[in-house]
Design a binder for this molecule. Sequence first.
Ligand code: UDX
Length: 433
Amino acid sequence: MKIVMIGSGYVGLVSGACFADFGHDVVCVDKDAAKIDALKANIMPIFEPGLDTLVRNNVARGVLSFTTDLNEAVSGADAIFIAVGTPSRRGDGHADLSYVYAAAQEIAEAADDHTVIVTKSTVPVGTGDEVERICRETAPAKTLAVVSNPEFLREGAAIDDFKRPDRIVVGSEDEWAQDVLREIYRPLYLNESPILFTSRRTSELIKYAANAFLATKITFINEMADLCEKVGGNVQDVARGIGLDKRIGPKFLNAGPGYGGSCFPKDTLALLKTAQDHESPVRIVEAVVNANDLRKRAMGRKVIGALGGDARGKKVAILGLTFKPNTDDMRDAPSIAVVQALTDAGATVSAYDPEGMEEAAKLLPDVLMADGPYAAAEGAHALVMMTEWDAFRALDLTKMADIMAGKALIDLRNVYQPDDVAKAGFDYTSIGR
Ligand code: UDX
């Protein structure tokens, strides 16, 4: 199959490289010439484990290429995927669909007759209808099917998620379009990944419902963690105790500083806006969004509490800045609110992150970026475990305590065991334990 990805960001690039790896012929398009030039030189615009090798191998095999020329790319394509961004619209939190609609129009103009257009971007219910209207209006003589096919890729594990998905969702009632998608994903259902065909609107909703449900699960366990702290429970045991119930399941029950990233904050907000517009409010999701927003700054207060309630003139070292490990993504990272709360309270902040410091420096100009975890901790009064990178899981805590000026360790990811930390002489604060 010949596949074109419009948008060579996170989703377009990972999906395109994986489709090529399955043996399809893939062209990734982007308007950003600098990004395309870099990709041709095998420089990835994002940090994603394994992606550079996957891209290099498939470019070498001649099945993956990059271009800024949409017109040329789409000629002869069986399917054209829209994988452009849908950021939160400034001011009202609705998804900004301008890039999707602009792509739809360009595709409709350039595509051959009888082509399948697949929306992979996360878009609110009904967007497919509008894309179809744009196509009909732009190219009334062409038969173009518009399909929804949401992605469920976790940053840091995106290639594995693409190649071994729990399910593939295809929203289309067009039989020929279903056949094209079935053919595209054939290598996956040979692996027994279930492929679910639904209506286009249902498929669009599945994506939001999945992310909102996962965000709810995290927020639920975070609130249980707060309650554990008040009543003397252990949230990890609570998570295990409920997670062993197969109806609940063990995943996404790690209490922490609140969810961040490019998806959960944006998608939960967009879902509740859509629901409000349809006079069918999703009150649970509204509560989740609110609780998660408040939680991030509350984590800053937790650190100040561990410093005895006064952070003025103190130095706080933060390990990990990205919203989760194995990414350089800083979007909606809880670290931003924590750093803000600390600097508002008069503390100075140093930090180390294995991949995120370049991005973080743009958002947090006052933070002193260090060369490594020990350099960050030098002379600090408190050490905050912010993101659970593997590199922070086996630190020499005794050495760490020796080089610090104070003894507070605030572990917002429950990476360490209280006994081990106590042996090194730290005053330990964790989440819900
Ligand atoms: C998510 C979805 O998992 C993916 O399917 C979707 O398509 C895109 O959004 P991603 O944003 O990459 O992926 O990260 P994910 O691993 O889901 O984590 C999101 C946030 O939740 C992170 O800030 C993470 O630290 C937090 N989290 C996750 C927890 O606090 N506890 C958990 O148990 C799990």
